[in-house]
Design a protein around this ligand. Sequence first.
Ligand SMILES: [Zn+2]
Length: 400
Amino acid sequence: MKAISGTNLEQAKSHNRRVVIELIRTHGSLSRAAIARMTALTPQTVSNIVEELERSHLLVAAEAQKLARGQSIIPYTINPRGAYSIGLELGRQRAIGVLTDLSGAVCARIERDVEHPDPQRAMPVLQAIVEELHQAFAFDRSRLLGVGMALPGRYGDGGTTSLSPHSLPGWQGFPVGRELEERVKVPVLVENDATAAAIGERLHGVARGLASFVYLFLAGGGGIGAGMFLDGHLYKGSRNNAGEMGHIIVEPHGKLCSCGKRGCLDRYVSPSVAYEFMGIPNAQELSPDELDALIARSGEGLDAWLDQAVQPLRQTVDFLELAFDPQTVVLGGSISTSLMRRLAERLEPLHLPIDPDQKRTLPRVMIGMTGKDTAILGAAALPIFSETNPRFDVLQKPVG
Ligand SMILES: [Zn+2]
């Protein structure tokens, strides 16, 4: 893997700090000498950064390893309890919050019902969840990096939503990031669910350390979006709306979509369509086990959905590969794990790649995180990514 080079200028200390954290995170553990070699930073610069990161509890020294001639080296690893993050997700009927440590492990989880969540009703609930998470797990408050929030839909500058009335009514133009930050008094980052989940997968999942991948997020309640990491950068598009894959037309003159077009990918592949085919209208309210049991019994309905979903999904993977040349396409989302597995099993054979003879180090399609906590764990990854990634620059920050 190609490491990101550091710079020895004093004013770039924060960049170098991020470079060192990212390098250790992707390698598991590294000595100071190895870090210096891989980042092209001077041994003195590396020593200073490692000391500072150790003092702030982000790194811990592991047991010294003996080398030949009596020398020894000390490998450093990320201290999972060195920092914490909160993830929030608002759905049509409930709000969920998780507190995770730096490794993404869940320390506490809180779920609250919110009927018809407009901003006036939902904001106090989200604030209360953050406060309850503080109480639910004993940790050093000064180590909380911030709050990340995943919302379905599109965003303008400053975390202002431009959600369609079909997803969550009343949120158009509402400055959710800024309002939440005023309430919870820590930095808040807002992203759409696909981007948040892609960041979670990049930090903790199958895409750990990958420079170029596309994450196709299948939302359990409907909607398909792509989170794109291209050459190490999160790609958001000129108006933050890149990756709205659910609305590419896969069937000209096909089924009518909520966006006004006909034949959109969403109308064929979305998990909500699968649940319609299987006669499970209340899928979003069921526990994962209850849902899996119904899917296992659904026989013909499931097969009929797979028959119509597989070809459009293959076409989408083909399009993503041709357009972006990623190392892999990750399929994941708040879709039931067993449903995703059934869909992925049917996906092969994929369309012929443009470079069939080229050796690949990764499969063309990988299965990422699935299940209903996918977006919220991605949301919790946002502050960690923002604080520790050398290329954090495209995440949205609330303005003014
Ligand atoms: Zn559409």
